[in-house]
Design a protein around this ligand. Structure first.
Ligand code: IPE
Ligand code: IPE
Ligand code: MG
Length: 246
């Protein structure tokens, strides 16, 4: 039986988030420049997006560029931004064919104009697609997101738009970039690193974490199914006892 056949389609993670890591090391291992790793990483993006949509994942969120990644060498940053534009142009057909809506989270104003425009164009073109929401985290930092949320909420309290007493989970959610997304069910990180690197700190409160040593450019459908199977073999208790669940 294939890995895919072993999956219980009624118990798929609804929201999958991925920290796509290891492009640089993949290239280095092959004696190539880091940029080639990023180029090959885009193939994994397509494979994972298609496989997720096909199997029935409703929300897929990909960490593509962090607020901290701006500190990388200028040439690498420029190449990543060019790759983003190129991929958006190339993949719009994949998105339309699979009825995928593109969304983005992060400080999008910090992106080069060309990248932001292309992103806005594809988001507009795909806005009525309802099979899956693909969210790209670009110039994204969770702390930055939380800081702007605190600022907005406190501004509203100060101006009597909301009361201090009314602040709860749902008010906080409404002021995050991810306001239209449910909590993350499964967080995958490739490349063997076991850290969160400032990604969706609030949204992963009860996510299942899955770390694999596979480098992102090598990550394929089978690796994704392996992660889903692992997820399906876990018991999500949300604080309750096992007996209460059964
Ligand atoms: C992930 O791969 C891509 C981005 C962070 C943009 P890396 O570029 O971080 O690859 P490693 O971690 O150096 O191998
Ligand atoms: C996290 O990867 C960011 C993305 C995958 C976009 P990094 O490679 O930047 O993370 P650190 O620096 O190893 O924590
Ligand atoms: Mg890395």
């Amino acid at each position: 039986m294939t890995l895919k056949d072993q999956l219980n389609l009624d118990r798929l993670p609804k929201h999958v988030a991925i920290i796509m890591d290891g492009n640089g090391r993949w290239a280095k291992q092959k004696g190539l420049v880091r940029v080639i790793g990023h180029e090959n990483g885009t193939k994994s993006v397509r494979e994972v997006v298609e496989a997720s949509a096909e199997i029935g994942v409703k929300f897929l969120t990909l960490y593509a560029f962090s607020t901290e990644n701006w500190q990388r060498p200028k040439i690498e940053v420029q190449t990543l931004m060019k790759l983003l534009v190129k991929s958006l142009k190339k993949e719009i057909k994949t998105l339309q064919d699979n009825k995928i809506r593109l969304a983005a989270i992060g400080c999008l104003n910090d992106l080069p104009t060309k990248a932001r425009k292309e992103l806005e164009f594809v988001m507009e073109q795909t806005k009525t697609n309802n099979h899956m929401v693909l969210t790209l985290a670009l110039s994204y930092g969770s702390r930055e997101e939380l800081i702007q949320m605190v600022k907005e909420v406190s501004h509203k309290v100060k101006n009597n738009i909301i009361s201090e007493e009314s602040i709860d989970d749902s008010i906080i959610n409404k002021h995050l970039y991810t306001q239209e997304l449910p909590d993350v069910d499964l967080l995958i990180r490739t490349s063997g690193e076991q850290r969160i690197s400032n990604f969706l700190l609030w949204q992963i409160a009860y996510a299942e974490l899955y770390f694999t040593s596979v480098l992102w450019p090598d990550f394929n459908k089978e690796n994704l199914y392996e992660a889903f199977l692992d997820y399906q073999n876990r018991e999500r208790r949300f604080g309750k006892t096992s007996e209460q669940l059964n």
